[in-house]
Design a binder for this molecule. Structure first.
Ligand code: PGA
Length: 247
């Protein structure tokens, strides 16, 4: 089965309205991309970016959502609110959320279901720490996190997985291509067991962590890699588009 590649940008806590110039460059080039394109700016820019990207090949997404639809949760944003602002997808369980806000697999799972409830795709992140890899526990850690974070009802249409080794994020270093292939194969097997063969085969599995224009070509060729989740390099349209072109 062929899975269309997805190149997703995560701007994290970066970007003011002036960054619309970068967005416009991506929108302009989007029709030429041979892959799906998703950009997740901070929540403050989702409305503006979605309006701008309407009708283009670029999807706009959020970086997190609350599991509930509405209520007394000061400072939080629900999946319904993101969708209402124009988001089509939302990242859940990014390692920075897991670390900074003590998010558990169970909470991430609830957030994925909230994304679906609102009519969005959930981009569910998993990945091991450096200590876990050094201890040789990375395959077990990632499988357990997948089983805890991905609802059994996930489908290829509603869900994307991002494998992001915590030690590679913003670090300028990546696993070897063999390590990426090993982990993506393991994630695929885990998804097939967890979701059934059809959905487990169809869900896209992205690699994330220090993807740059220079290494994107070789990483995207690795068996089982269905695209990338890009932090730092997604802030510049030229780099984001170069990575998309390399996919
Ligand atoms: P990075 O971040 O590309 O800056 O390493 C990736 C991510 O956190 O999604």
């Amino acid at each position: 089965m062929t899975r269309r590649k997805l190149i997703a940008g995560n701007w994290k806590m970066n970007g003011l309205r002036a960054a619309v110039a970068e967005l416009d460059r991506v929108i302009e080039a989007a029709p030429d991309a041979a892959c799906d394109l998703l950009l997740c700016p901070p929540a403050t820019l989702i409305g503006l970016f979605s309006t701008r990207a309407a009708g283009s090949a670029l999807m706009i997404g959020g970086q997190d959502c609350h599991p509930k639809a509405a209520g007394a949760h000061t400072g939080d944003i629900s999946a319904e609110m993101l969708r209402d602002a124009g988001a089509r997808a939302v990242i859940v369980g990014h390692s920075e959320r897991r670390a900074d806000h003590a998010e558990t697999d169970a909470l991430v799972r609830d957030k994925a279901e909230a994304a679906w409830r609102a009519g969005m795709t959930a981009v569910i992140c998993v990945g091991e720490t450096e200590a876990q890899r050094d201890a040789g526990a990375m395959l077990d850690v990632v499988a357990a996190s997948l089983i805890g974070s991905v609802p059994e009802t996930a489908t290829a249409d509603t869900t994307v997985i991002a494998y992001e080794p915590v030690w590679a994020i913003g670090a300028g270093r990546t696993p070897t291509l063999a390590q990426i292939e090993e982990m993506h194969g393991h994630i695929r097997e885990t998804l097939r067991a967890h979701l059934g063969v059809v959905q487990g085969t169809g869900v896209r599995v992205l690699y994330g962590g220090s993807v740059k224009p220079e290494n994107a070509g070789e990483i995207m060729q690795v068996r089982g890699v269905d695209g990338a989740l890009i932090g730092g390099a997604s802030l510049k349209a030229a780099d984001f588009l170069a990575i998309a072109a390399a996919s």
